[in-house]
Ligand binder design. Structure first.
Ligand code: GTP
Ligand code: MG
Length: 174
């Protein structure tokens, strides 16, 4: 007999860091070179099988980075409410995107459920020749804040399933 658990996951981060691309890779194992900006938020689901007994279903809210100045957690749009976990994404080739990620993380720490599991994710590792954010800098920040930290490429798929599996393992399964 297997047990299924359901969790709400929200993706946050500056526009064009690759939030929708990470979800597309995770849910459909696909990638688009020309992806349009998300308007509002998109809802998708995907399951992770931890072992024969344990299936974790993620209800994923992929939010629009372009609305970053309008949407705040204090307004409590429905996709932040009751989120069990959050993936806050930056682009390793854009230093400013890590600043934006820090802002989102501060908001989550202030406004979200205190038990929320937060993963910081540096995307676009396939563009490492243009890297502006070092692994050391991001990892140090994540350690200080008690966050999980990953690097991914939605384009090649590198590291993507690991993010969701690691989150699933951190969630309360009982
Ligand atoms: P908003 O919806 O505006 O918030 O943007 P987003 O964070 O959802 O970004 P999106 O997934 O739309 O990706 C933006 C652009 O970056 C697209 O042209 C993608 O093809 C590209 N992109 C996303 N992930 C990667 C990656 O890992 N590597 C490379 N090279 N390009 C990527
Ligand atoms: Mg998007």
């Amino acid at each position: 007999m297997s047990k299924q658990f359901q969790f709400k996951l929200v993706l946050l981060g500056e526009s064009a860091v690759g939030k929708s691309s990470l979800v597309l890779r995770f849910v459909k194992n696909q990638f688009d070179d020309y992806r349009e900006s998300t308007i509002g938020a998109a809802f998708l689901t995907q399951t992770v099988t931890l072992d024969d007994q344990t299936i974790v279903k993620f209800e994923i809210w992929d939010t629009a980075g372009q609305e970053r100045y309008k949407v705040s957690l204090t307004q409590a749009p429905m996709y932040y409410r009751n989120a069990n976990c959050a993936v806050v994404v930056y682009d390793i080739t854009q230093a400013s995107s890590l600043d934006k990620a820090r802002t989102w993380i501060r908001e989550l720490q202030r406004q979200a459920d205190p038990s929320i599991v937060i993963a910081l994710c540096g995307n676009k590792t396939d563009l490492a020749v243009r890297r502006q954010v070092t692994q050391e800098e991001a990892k140090k920040y994540a350690d200080e804040e008690g966050l999980m930290w990953f690097e991914t490429s939605a384009k090649t798929g590198e590291g993507v399933s690991e993010v969701f599996t690691a989150i699933a393992k951190k969630l309360p399964l009982s």
